[in-house]
Design a protein around this ligand. Structure first.
Ligand code: AMP
Length: 418
């Protein structure tokens, strides 16, 4: 009997508290074979929206009906995949890659999950109470469905574990900080890793030789200073609340605001948590967290939308300046995620006035809408400005496949065109 070929497919799972996002990729050419989303798990009506990408045209299927828990959700996903001949029982499936939000100080690389790794992810729940429990449920469910299959945890914090202590420590009592694991862990690391590597490719240079500032501007937003492929600073901290102005999060704020609200406004710590995470940022300033709306309203002369935009840009400029100082030499400033990839006015306003720092934009290039990596700075600019679409699922699949197959193909992991 001839040996069967090595499996090349990776299923990427991103489990939220009531959702399960998934993609199936073939790592020979990074082609997406299927993708989908289960929403409202545990509620009365759940939905599963599945898109098969194996035919000539994408084929979308929807189902509605109660899906009680993540186990049922993964079984439903498995059935949908089987209907396309891509089932989780297929021998072509090499591994499952799981997005895990918090890996603490310990996990600096993608990690094969065993019981000890599960326990460590569980131990980190106090620093990631919203995400790690759901990620763990996804891992446990997938392990029970295919116990024989390698399950790999890819941590959102891993890319930031290279930060020096000077950037990752808060200037607070060191014993208290250590006892409660208080330090700056960052987030969006999978995106920052992928985008900084793609930016080096776009510049035609080796990742080790390039210093970049990545601006991941989605509903959540963070900046990273990356020197030679290694993160040296990032704007999110113990939690994703620190740093840039976001859709609903305040970003940087004087911590005394919290004491003030608790002492003087009759708010509980939970109330302040909700205020700063869910009711602040762009939403808190002007009632909208969608940058499209804010740009539209600003165009119509809406004052609160204009103020929200200006505060957002002011914070962004401060981080570009700070990270230029941290890096010493910057080769590129790179925009990514929903706002960064699509909002030309945000890119224009963020770079405006930074000519003395070697930064400039080409207005025509900035106005182009495209979903490929591209430069938007003029040739004469000392620092390149780029837009690089992020692809966290591909990065998770690539890291997962590299671990289980022993083939590190990150240098060729650029996404396929589907
Ligand atoms: P993400 O979290 O990366 O999915 O980004 C989501 C955010 O991207 C949305 O809340 C919008 O504010 C923003 N966004 C998406 N498309 C556009 C666009 N064309 N112009 C401005 N903002 C956009």
């Amino acid at each position: 009997m001839p040996d069967s070929p090595a499996p090349t497919r990776v299923l990427v799972l991103n489990s939220g508290s009531s959702s399960l996002k998934y993609q199936l990729l073939d790592m020979r050419d990074h082609r997406r074979l299927a993708q989908g989303l289960v929403e409202r798990i545990g509620e009365r009506t759940s939905t599963l929206s599945h898109t098969s990408l194996v035919g000539t045209e994408p084929a979308k299927r929807e189902r509605e009906g109660r899906i009680a828990d993540h186990e049922e959700a993964l079984n439903a996903v498995s059935e949908e995949l089987s209907a396309d001949g891509l089932g989780t029982d297929s021998p072509e499936l090499a591994a499952v890659g799981h997005r895990v939000v918090h890996g603490g100080k310990l996990f600096s690389r993608p990690t094969l999950v065993d019981d000890a790794v599960e326990r460590e992810i569980e131990r980190l729940i106090p620093v990631a109470p919203l995400h790690n429990p759901a990620n763990l449920t996804g891992i446990r469910t997938a392990r029970s469905l295919r116990p024989d299959l390698p399950q790999v945890a890819v941590f959102d914090t891993a890319f930031h574990t290279t930060m020096p202590e000077s950037a990752s420590r808060y200037a607070m009592d060191i014993a208290t900080a250590d006892e409660h694991r208080i330090r700056r862990y960052g987030a969006h690391g999978t995106s920052h890793a992928y985008v900084s590597r793609e930016a080096a490719k776009l510049l035609g240079r080796a990742e080790e030789d390039v210093n970049v500032i990545v601006l991941h501007l989605g509903n959540g937003a963070s900046a990273a200073a990356v020197r030679g492929g290694r993160c040296v600073d990032t704007s999110m901290g113990l939690t994703p609340l620190e740093g840039l102005v976001m859709g609903t999060r305040s970003g940087d704020i004087d911590p005394a605001v919290v004491f003030h609200l608790v002492r003087n406004a009759g708010m509980s710590p939970e109330d302040v948590d909700v205020l700063l995470n869910k009711k602040s940022g762009l939403l808190g300033l002007c009632g909208d967290n969608d940058m499209r709306e804010i740009i539209r309203r600003t165009g119509e002369g809406d004052e609160s939308a204009r103020l929200a935009f200006e505060i957002y840009i002011h914070r962004l400029k401060k981080y570009i300046g700070a990270y230029t100082a941290v890096l010493g030499r910057v080769d590129a400033v790179v925009f990514t995620a929903g706002v960064g990839e699509n909002a030309a006015p945000v890119r224009e306003a963020a770079i405006a006035g930074l000519e003395e720092m070697g930064l400039a934009l080409d207005g025509d290039l900035n106005a182009v809408r495209a979903d490929r990596a591209r430069l938007i700075s003029p040739e004469y600019a000392r620092v390149a400005v780029a837009v690089v679409p992020t692809d966290e699922e591909l990065e998770i699949a690539t890291q997962t496949y590299a671990l289980v197959s022993g083939v590190d193909d990150t240098s060729s992991a650029t996404r396929a065109d589907n």
